[in-house]
Write a protein that binds this ligand. Structure first.
Ligand code: HH2
Length: 297
């Protein structure tokens, strides 16, 4: 079976948009590589100022990504970029909660990108469906919140912490170490009662260009760990290093190249800014795979 026919699933303990009831919960299923749209609601996300217009712009952006074919929208109120400063839970909630409330009422599947149990608890109560935690639920309170709410979690690998992680990342064998970490985290998180997990190698999180490339080349192995694999290369600095594109807004062609590779190697989901471009490219790539299979078969 080719990558485009591969079935992926996330399990929830309650009905969510697009789910079907099964013996062990509600499942959202999709074939091939799905798209997770990035919605950043940080103060520098919008240029038009004013709280109300910011909220409207965020909801409109999410609606557009949903309409373009995103499987879910990942809403973030705190940047995890190298060197980013931390914000308080209150500040993060102030940014994210109104957006989650609005999207919950529109039947759009949402995840929230947060490292804080307090934020996770409040957004899940407000209608979010999944927690995307770049610290992989190492905080027991985070595991408890996700287990109690009955939602899946995205578990990402990171060496160090956002403020300092790019200073001197070192590994003996980056692929083996990331694989072992993700497997260990998945076991602990599932044992705590979280219904299902996405695994993510965490491109750019305590990794050099070579580390990122090694992990991308090993996508097939990471996809074989038994849980859907999430890959996020969108507009990341490695594209500048590889192709000389200092402005992140101009890095979508490089993002597409990396994500199409990940999709062909079995990634279940790619986390992207340019949703419509990715949906289009993935559909075309899927058709090409099918043509090649028809010739072989
Ligand atoms: N990358 C960023 C944030 N969250 N979550 C997962 N699961 N995987 C990732 O690769 C990932 C992530 C990068 O964050 P930031 O630099 O804040 O920018 P943006 O959210 O625009 O990608």
């Amino acid at each position: 079976m080719g990558w485009a026919e591969q079935l992926h699933a996330l399990t929830f303990r309650f009905a969510v948009p697009g789910s079907t009831r099964t013996s062990d919960g509600w499942k959202v299923e999709w074939r091939g590589c799905g798209v997770m749209g990035i919605l950043n609601v940080t103060p520098d996300s919008f240029s038009d100022g004013g709280r109300h217009s910011q909220l409207e712009a965020a909801v409109a952006a999410a609606r557009a990504m949903h309409g373009a074919g995103a499987l879910m929208i990942d809403v973030g109120g705190q940047s995890t970029r190298p060197g980013a400063v931390a914000v308080s839970a209150a500040e993060e909630l102030d940014r994210v909660l109104p957006v989650i409330r609005a999207l919950a009422s529109e039947g759009i599947l949402t995840s929230v990108d947060t490292m804080k149990a307090e934020v996770a608890e409040a957004v899940l109560r407000a209608g979010a469906h999944l927690i995307n935690d770049v610290t992989a639920l190492r905080d027991p309170a985070m595991r408890q919140v996700c287990a109690d709410a009955g939602v899946p979690a995205a578990l990402m690998h990171m060496q160090g912490e956002p403020r300092t992680m790019q200073q001197r990342p070192t590994y003996l064998d980056v692929v083996a170490e990331v694989q072992a970490f993700l497997q260990e985290r998945a076991e602990e998180v599932l044992a705590a009662g979280v219904p299902s997990v996405l695994l993510d190698p965490g491109l750019g999180f305590g990794k050099t260009l070579e580390h990122n490339l090694s992990l991308l080349r090993a996508t097939a192995d990471l996809s074989a760990l038994g849980h859907p694999l999430l890959v996020g290369a969108s507009r990341k600095r490695m594209i500048d290093t590889l192709a000389g594109v200092p402005d992140p807004a101009h890095r979508d062609p490089g993002s597409l190249a990396l994500h199409l590779h990940a999709a062909r190697q079995g990634a279940a989901l790619v986390r992207v800014h340019a949703v419509a471009d990715h949906v289009q490219a993935l559909r075309v790539q899927a058709a090409l795979g099918q043509a090649a299979q028809d010739r072989l078969g």
